[in-house]
Design a binder for this molecule. Structure first.
Ligand SMILES: Nc1ncnc2c1ncn2[C@@H]1O[C@H](COP(=O)(O)OP(=O)(O)OP(=O)(O)O)[C@@H](O)[C@H]1O
Ligand SMILES: O=C(O)c1ccc[n+]([C@@H]2O[C@H](COP(=O)([O-])O)[C@@H](O)[C@H]2O)c1
Length: 206
């Protein structure tokens, strides 16, 4: 994969990646996406932001925010470039990325923001709250995901970069179904997350 054309940011500013997700559970698809984008876009840090209430999720029962937050901490703890933010959980109510980005911009005025999304999420972005304003707060980076077309059709020119990353056909939906059926999730999610799911008996009744 070649060097990406760099979006112009403020000179000398930190480059902060933002990986939003429900992370129910976090899996290696999320981690590879963040790691690849961090390297390609020379990010100083990637902050993972677990959603409070993900209003567009099709499955009705989303695990407790604290469980999703702790799994995200466990999964990212060993990488010094990765951190986890509670802003969407602590704000309460439905999570809108416009609020995430406004809060992060205020808390990180020394940084340019780069919001990382998989191809499926990127294709839905025009349905998000205040979609047109999102692109003034962050540069969006869409990454390939097996089973989904990666396109920036209809999105503002210069506001989005598309990148190919190693294909991992892993989804949280499949991980939950596997646990429910008694199938392994080893190597689909980090080892500590396997242990946490087991300890908290998550996804057993689904
Ligand atoms: N395997 C993957 N490869 C690339 N991007 C991914 C992958 N899995 C998830 N993403 C991206 O990570 C972000 C957060 O995803 P999310 O937490 O909803 O996981 P998910 O696997 O899509 O969950 P679910 O199956 O419950 O819908 C989204 O932008 C999504 O597109
Ligand atoms: O802002 C919105 O209206 C909006 C609608 C759906 C999803 N998002 C964000 O997209 C990211 C991935 O969401 P999800 O539901 O696929 O886990 C996460 O950061 C969500 O907050 C945002």
């Amino acid at each position: 994969m070649g060097e990406q054309e760099m979006p112009t940011g403020g000179r000398g500013k930190r480059r902060l990646g933002v990986m939003g997700g429900t992370f129910d559970p976090i899996h290696h698809g999320h981690l590879v996406a963040a790691s690849e984008v961090a390297a390609l876009f020379h990010l100083d840090e990637v902050v993972f932001v677990p959603t409070g209430e993900p209003w567009q999720k099709s499955h009705s029962v989303v695990s407790a925010a604290e469980d999703r937050y702790l799994m995200t901490v466990i999964a990212t703890a060993s990488n010094p470039q990765f951190s986890v933010s509670r802003i969407d959980i602590d704000r309460g109510g439905a999570t809108y990325t416009i609020d995430t980005l406004r809060d992060l911009a205020r808390l990180n005025s020394d940084s340019d923001l780069f919001f990382i999304t998989g191809a499926d999420a990127l294709s839905q972005i025009l349905t998000w709250r205040d979609a047109e304003e999102l692109f003034s707060l962050a540069h969006f980076i869409g990454v390939t995901r097996p089973g989904h077309d990666l396109t920036d059709d209809g999105l503002p020119k210069g506001g989005v970069s598309l990148v190919e990353i190693p294909a991992l056909a892993i989804s949280s939906t499949d991980c939950r179904a596997r646990v429910a059926q008694g199938d392994p999730v080893w190597y689909l999610v980090p080892d500590g997350v396997v242990r946490y799911i087991d300890k908290r008996q998550l996804y057993r009744g689904e």
